[in-house]
Design a protein around this ligand. Sequence first.
Ligand SMILES: [Zn+2]
Length: 500
Amino acid sequence: MSAGSRWRRNVVAAVVGLVVLLAPAASVGVVGGGAPFVAGASGAGDPYFPFAGNGGYDVQHYDLDVTYTPPAPAPAPLTGRLDGVATLRLRATQNLDRFNLDLRGMEVDRVLVDGGQARKVPPPSDGETVEGRAYWQVQDDAARTWELTIQPRPSIKAGRVVRVVVRYHGDTTRPRDIEGVLYGWVTTRDGAMVVSEPEGSMTWYPVSDHPTDKATYRFEITVPEGKVAVANGLPARKPTTRQGWTTWYWRAPDLQASYLTTASVGDYELRRSETPAGLPIIDAVDDGVTPANLATTNASLALQAEMIGFLDQFGHYPFNSAGAIVDDDSVGYALETQTRPVYSRVASEGTVMHELAHQWFGNAVSPYRWADIWLNEGWATYAEWIWSEEQGRDTAQQQFDAVMAIPADDPFWDTVVADPGPLGLFLGPIYDRGAATLYALRTKIGDAAFLAGARRWVARYDDGTARTADFEALFERVSGQDLDEFFDVWLHTPEKPTAW
Ligand SMILES: [Zn+2]
């Protein structure tokens, strides 16, 4: 994610403080031979977002078939309508009596598990048992808990793969994250901007909404004829039109964290090109982008192939395609949705470099916990620094010096970069002190060890997640140095570093 209004809101975030919710413990259900069948946890175990993601299974693949009706022209309300059928292939990682999916603001109409239909029941109270194959929903905005619970029958043995179909519908609005910032399926006048970091994908499909459960995706997005729907990856086939509705088909066969899915809808012009190495680039630019913004955007997007070549120093581009979605509306920031970042109103050169760098740092290697967000934003900001130097503008050293010119008593230095709290994910220091940490590390261990470490980081954790402790251990190994004090000063201490 990049700039806009996000990282200038540090004062508000600091005042509001932490919100910590406790996820309920898993409860024991039917006991068979061997390990008992128990309920999967209602969260992935991330202390910042206790109900995001789920336990007891691993989603391998999502097939998302959604029909979207955008809002009517103004002054009609800015509300759309979504009708979806999600087909998930998931593998039980324990003997499962029941399991949860995350789904916010959508009503479930039908659930099938391996073809067997579940009946809808009210949420049972604690200790109350439910007979047979069933499902229920809890939608608690105050507790930020949005769960669909499915009780399969027969229960699912550990290791088994099942096919779960969820049919659902709902009005789409403009959802907000824990900080009050727009995210998820953000309804726009001419379509939708779909940007879901950290746990906004649950606003438009049933999902295990945490980066630790990556999966592959296919999309069938049906919109009124004339609208264009753009998702991750590559077109699976040509769009088809029937009775005034056009269906767009996309496939994303590379493992993907849920917050990086998009299915944005607008009056887009699609442009196809490729890098010298043959990587397909698909850009979608809204016809409502202003002429001045369009000139900036076109100049930046024309650099994508060169930028991807520059970033090859960290390893080959990790996915099957690249590109951009530039919408004429704004959520206040850009997001590195996998293969195809979403930009608000304009794509500036620095932001395009930032979101492209995330394809390696954030998308190929994702945070294990949201506390590890600096590993996304620090690297992406560092990439902006070295690209600027490469282009003959400010050097990385000059940008490091600018960060270090911030006075020691400035609140900028009060953030613990490796544990900023759920309201601190997108504070300025996550970006700038994060990048400064990487630059200081490079200066300390030398260019060769630093680059070798960066490459090993991507190769080692590609398609998965990693945490700050993994980062520290890897760079100690690669440099042969004890870096405990260095990391303590830079990442774990809410003070300006003076010696390291
Ligand atoms: Zn970013």
